[in-house]
Design a protein. Sequence first.
Length: 325
Amino acid sequence: MPEPLLQIRSLRMDIRDHERSRSVLLDVNFDVRPNEVMGLVGESGSGKTMTALAIMRLLPPAATASEGKILFGGRDLLALSESEMRQVRGSEIAMIFQNPRASLNPLMRAGDQVARALQLHQDLPRSQLRRRSIELLQHVGISDAEARAKAYPHQLSGGMAQRVLIAIMLACQPALLIADEPTTGLDVTIQAQIFELIKEVQSEAGASLLLITHDLGVVSEVCQRVAVMYAGQIMEQAGVLDLFQRPSHPYTERLLGSILRVDEAKALDTSRAIAFASIDYDNAGCRFANRCPYVLDACWLRRPEPRWLSEGHVVFCHLRNQEAA
């Protein structure tokens, strides 16, 4: 098995709010292998975007990585200087953000923004920048690319703006692509087109893709492996087929149970719904404890040891460890 391209090891991310510090990411561990599509799933507020921002070193000023490593190609990204990290962003790791229009410069034409990405990381003469930027816009499915290259972000639809961002992401042929909820705010038809485009360009480029989403339907179709996150902790990690067939963490079970299926016409069963509760960041054990129907005393006291159910399938749950014992 090839060495992972990205390795996140025991990552802890703290955010200071006034006089208090909270660990919004705690003991996060997962890999992304070469030419793999890895999914990171969980409900809103679970820490998925914070994980992506930690990889890109684009954290807010109040956030600090207090423990752990983020290894990319053998280098610890957390140990790089800002100037070294700027060379990594775009050329080696690229990211698509949730809101495409907010990510584009409103004062620059679309084609100029693609050309700017090329100019920063590739030594191309000015005469080639425009031609190459139009080629990239065509490659991501933008019709009449020459005309669209002259448009400002507010003149583009949401789907078109996302395609421009994908063109920027591909400009320097990075080895790792990060897509953070890339279809937020788009209608269903455009969402399907964008996901198909992302998978297509990832496969063509031979790059790895870390797909951050709460859409388990997309994960089942696009990803090879998936990590389930809740409140900044990884709860379960497995191959996609294994996870869908044998969900083992109570949170994973409830997450999969929330999917409405059109092939099963029946009344919605709310008897197993998870009651709302605020996230207990101070809990020394499993942060799902105050919402878990199977909570044990140990869940409040310490982080569960990993239980390997099969090769590549690991769950962090005191209940499963108790059953095994």
